[in-house]
Write a protein that binds this ligand. Sequence first.
Ligand SMILES: Cc1cc2nc3c(=O)[nH]c(=O)nc-3n(C[C@H](O)[C@H](O)[C@H](O)COP(=O)(O)OP(=O)(O)OC[C@H]3O[C@@H](n4cnc5c(N)ncnc54)[C@H](O)[C@@H]3O)c2cc1C
Length: 463
Amino acid sequence: MTQRNTNRRELLKAAGLGAAAASILGSASVGRSAQPSRVKKSKLHGMKFDVLVVGGGPAGIGAALGAAGAGAKTMLIENHAFFGGVASWCLGMPINQMRPESKARSKVHELVINELTALGDQAVRIGQHQLWCNVEYLKVAVLNALDKVGCKYLVHTHAVDTVVKNNRVTGVVVATKQGMATIEAGAVVDCTGDGDIAFFAGAETMKEFGKLSPQTLCLSLTNVTSSQLRKVNMRQLAVKARTKYPLIPKGWGLRKVANSDNFYINHAGTRDIGQFDATDPFQRSAAECTSRRQIVQMAQAMREFGGDELNDIELTGAGAQMGVRETRRVKGLYVLTEKDAVDGRTFRDVIAWRSGYLDIGFVRFSKMKVHDVPYRAILPEKLDGLLMAGRCISATHVAASAGKSMGNCVATGHAAGLAAAMSVSKGILPREIKVARLQDALRADGVDLKRGGKVQKGVSAAG
Ligand SMILES: Cc1cc2nc3c(=O)[nH]c(=O)nc-3n(C[C@H](O)[C@H](O)[C@H](O)COP(=O)(O)OP(=O)(O)OC[C@H]3O[C@@H](n4cnc5c(N)ncnc54)[C@H](O)[C@@H]3O)c2cc1C
């Protein structure tokens, strides 16, 4: 299903933000309110940056480090209280494809890894393709990396609309504790995962309800050892426990958090409960609330049905929100396909590559080759002034799953951030930059643009 947000006034009205946004923006895209506004303006209102990155997950971190590292006056805004996105609220799962085959991927990837290792042994365990992090250290490592490149950042800043002039995104409307504000920018990078910015600005987005990958609220646990866990068959436990605890998945595994003795679980989440569209407020609430009940049932099931090995296991935490694998993807000038991923397709306008597995979380897991991402897949088809990175780039439902490893999202973010910085410094639109110059800049940042087409060595389910 393709969506087009043509009537933004209606949408804002439905969200109770119509008059608010209109009076603050004063822009033709939203319209003017005849009434004086009682909506408070945040002191952020009217601030201007070269590059505005919205969303501080893996893609946003890559974009912010890429743009600020290239000298652009960059602002990164994030809805939550910390950066990392899914990497932070999934409590220790591997950040895959950060150093595939133990080779540095880019200056940006290495900056994050270096800031993590600088925090000591508890912060990270580095595998052949992935990082196993303690997320509290990860959150600080990201702050330190942003500081190193002089990137400005704000948390608790939620993007709720855009300013579009002559088909170009020139600003983003945010909600803060002081009220609303428009932040202006020479170029905006949509790293919201959900393509929020593109959607608010009226770009075409793609989302197939009925096929959406499941959402998962990850949990962390203590009072158990690896040797105890080896004696438990979690599938059999789940079969027995499901009568009493109907929300639990059909089995799951526990993995260690970085170098600690604590464990986390990434699991099938909502897969067996129903389809939820995480961009629909009602469905998202239903998924979040059901997931909270689900993880408590999982802990209870393990204690009650796990025999002597698990009767002391204790739930110590859950993610700040459920992890969302898939929602809108923004239609770009090129739409990546499953065939591109399986064949290891290369493109002349390559700006990043994606490695690992084609992985529709707990639904399908199959092999693919390293394949290129063309610049056309991070540019919206029609809208100007905007780039996208991470899980909302232009790809089919299956192809989106081929790029979801976080190292790949950092890579598309890095490229989008550099492209945004380049377009602003040259005073042109992102779609007008010379891709060869962007490729030169990426190579200068340590990106090998010739990895597409290769079969990745030693990649496993964990990597
Ligand atoms: C349960 C689960 C398990 C996974 N397991 C793995 C794994 O083991 N290894 C791996 O490498 N990958 C894994 N993935 C995939 C990977 O985590 C994602 O593909 C990746 O995080 C996507 O990065 P992103 O930056 O595009 O989006 P996200 O990580 O979703 O980050 C988006 C960020 O934008 C912010 N944001 C959203 N909307 C707004 C807004 N309107 N205003 C301001 N901020 C906003 C969000 O708060 C968030 O911080 C998993 C994903 C899930 C959900």
